[in-house]
Structures are given as structure tokens and as C-alpha cells.
Write a protein that binds this ligand. Structure first.
Ligand code: HEC
Length: 149
């Protein structure tokens, strides 16, 4: 099953690093803003929509409901989040290294951050004052999922 493969590959990529950092600094790690303060910029998500429409919609559909690729919003996406317990950093890393499925890794870092922001916005995760970057992606809490379907 495809999701199982993904689950195994992603599972503990980042956790040991965080644990090691926490141990080394006596628990002092970069503070994340409160979830309600938002995870990405509004303009960033708008740019991400352009990337999505050009690079992702052919398989995931413009409304993210899924086609050749799985849905990236809604009940099935929520079920996938719950099954994998994927973190924000891991999801950004997955998209950046595995997508677009036919040309993985072909976009810029900024484009991947923008398109991830767009996926977050469509799913109802809050926008904030600061754009999402590689570091702040670690602050994104995928669960609890913001919308009930
Ligand atoms: C050529 C088709 C295709 C394109 C284009 C494509 N994807 Fe995918 N995507 C897939 C397939 C197939 C999977 C399932 C892969 C797997 O489970 O191993 C997938 C899985 C995913 C997942 C994991 C979700 C899940 O339930 O497994 C995310 C997130 C994702 N794609 C995002 C993107 C983004 C963002 C883009 C554009 C930058 C993109 N994809 C472009 C086909 C595509």
C-alpha cells in the first residue's frame, strides 16, 4: 500500500534531531508562535496557488480533490494525516523531494514553500504575518485538523 511505504520512509526523520537538540540545549529550542498566530503568509499562499495549478493540479486536481494523485484536502487527506502523523517539516520535505511525481525536486525551495502554504490555506490552517520557511515549517501542527468534514 502506497501510504504505508511513505509512512515508513518519513516516520522518524526529524524526531531524533529535535530530541538531540533539546538535550544539548537543556530544553531551549527556537520558540514557535502559537498555532492561532498562523503558519504562512497570505501572499505566499496566493503564489503557491499559481505553482499548484501549473505543477500539481494535473494529478491532484485544481480543487485538491485528487485524481491520479491522492486528495490533498478534505476527509481523505485528514485520514492520511492521522494515519501517518506526518509533521509540517516532513510534509514539506516529502513534497520537495518526491513531487511533482513525474519530475521530483524540479521546483525551487521557495516554490515548494509557497505550494505547501497553499495546501495549508485550502485546508483551513491559519495564515499569519510571517511567511513559511524551512525552519518555521517545523512549527506547523498538522493535527488537530482545522476543518471538520
Ligand atoms: C504526475 C502526477 C503528480 C503530480 C504532477 C504531482 N503529484 Fe503529488 N502525488 C502523486 C501520486 C501518485 C502520489 C502518491 C504517492 C505515494 O503514495 O507514494 C502523490 C502524493 C502526494 C502527496 C502525499 C499525499 C498522500 O495522501 O499520499 C502530497 C502532499 C503531494 N503529492 C503533493 C504534490 C504537490 C505539492 C505537487 C506539485 C508540486 C504534486 N504533488 C504533483 C502524483 C502527482
Amino acid at each position: 500500500m502506497a501510504s504505508r511505504r511513505l509512512f515508513r520512509g518519513l516516520r522518524c526523520t526529524f524526531t531524533p534531531v529535535v530530541v538531540a537538540l533539546t538535550a544539548a540545549t537543556g530544553g531551549i529550542v527556537a520558540a514557535c508562535p502559537a498555532p492561532r498566530a498562523g503558519f504562512y503568509g497570505v501572499a505566499q499562499a496566493a503564489q503557491g496557488k499559481t505553482v499548484f495549478d501549473q505543477q500539481c493540479a494535473s494529478c491532484h486536481k485544481a480543487d485538491l480533490s485528487g485524481d491520479a494523485g491522492p486528495p490533498l484536502a478534505g476527509a481523505q487527506f485528514l485520514a492520511w494525516l492521522q494515519f501517518t502523523h506526518i509533521t509540517g517539516s516532513q510534509l514539506l520535505a516529502f513534497i520537495s523531494s518526491q513531487m511533482p511525481y513525474n519530475t521530483p525536486g524540479s521546483l525551487t525551495k521557495a516554490q515548494y514553500q509557497d505550494v505547501f502554504s497553499y495546501i495549508l490555506s485550502v485546508n483551513g490552517y491559519p495564515a499569519g504575518a510571517t511567511p513559511l520557511d524551512a525552519q518555521s515549517a517545523g512549527c506547523v501542527e498538522m493535527l488537530p485538523y482545522p476543518k471538520q468534514h
